[in-house]
Design a protein around this ligand. Sequence first.
Ligand SMILES: *Cc1c(COP(=O)(O)O)cnc(C)c1O
Length: 396
Amino acid sequence: MVATEFLLDELTRLESLHRRRFLKTVAQESAHRIRYGGRELANFSSNDYLGLASDARVKAAAQAAIEAFHVSAGSSRLICGNLEIHERLESGLALLKMEETALVFSSGYLANLGIITALTGEGSQIFSDALNHASIIDGCRLSRAQLFVYRHQDLDHLERLLQDAPAARRRLIVSDGVFSMDGDVAGLPGLASLASRHDCLLMLDEAHATGVLGSTGAGVGEYFVERGQLPPGNDCIDVAMGTLSKALGSFGGFAACSSHLREFLINKARPFIFATALPPSAAGAALESLKVLREEPFRRESLWKNCRLLKKLLVQAGFSLAGSETPIIPLTFGTESAALRMSERLLERGYFVPAIRPPSVPQGTSRLRITVCATHSTDDIEGLARALGELAQERE
Ligand SMILES: *Cc1c(COP(=O)(O)O)cnc(C)c1O
């Protein structure tokens, strides 16, 4: 036996299941244009919803932050890495999220690990949606809390689990705000009511909601207030987690919450305590993106206009969009190989839309995950819908 034999065995096994993953080397010209394999393609897979990662002002702000604060923060926030630019960014995030304060982490993934493990632990209970993001699942596992997984968006099931669970010291309900592979929005009014009736903390992961949902981009809370399903000024989310790496076009994660909760996280969240602070360039870029978000609401309007157009065309072409309410549009093909084949055929036609397979999504639901950006042209969108319609007909 050779000690490393299992490496190739496992890769071969994944290959036979069409689940092996390979890195693709690309060059990004903008949120919606990508160079791959020597060709320029329309990209429908970026999370850079508003096109801010390539915005000249955001890039200049990242460079200015390097000049002012250097390349690295040099240590964790609690040692000597807490820079003025981190605190300005946190004030800006708190303002956007309409929360008292915010705390920045080195990535969204680490924010989820940090918040969940700090707020729970042995003797606590976590109630988690079955389709929550992997970083939430990992936070739950690491916390050693008792885990209750409720069926996706099934609040009756959640309520039954809450009622039947034994008494516990602390309870946390956690959900994606926008589900990252399905594009549906968490039923916040129902979750908030259950959290308050069953004495739970409520945490929402707003990675795909921040900058996208609501007229100012504040996220899921604003979305439901504007639909008249939550009272204005309500404060039903105890901790809104978010990332700087999607609509804000930068890198890093955050928690928006009360100042007590922030102080608690500074003392208890291990990924905050034991990781080097966010690089100044990432903080500077995100700060500038927050300004663009406030001053240029037309970006969000273009995003939603593009989103409505693509959905209309896909429905006309006979596709079912499942429950998508956002710029994340899943087209489910079932098997890994069917989804991969569709992705390859789209690539031939000039569209970059990767296939998403287990373990990112449940077995039997392999899909194309389309994301729409503010910067796509009408031609891009009409072209993708046409290509998908023709490919689907060929399959029949
Ligand atoms: C992307 C994502 C994260 C992780 O954020 P990063 O900043 O990329 O680490 C967490 N939760 C959800 C729902 C996401 O989509």
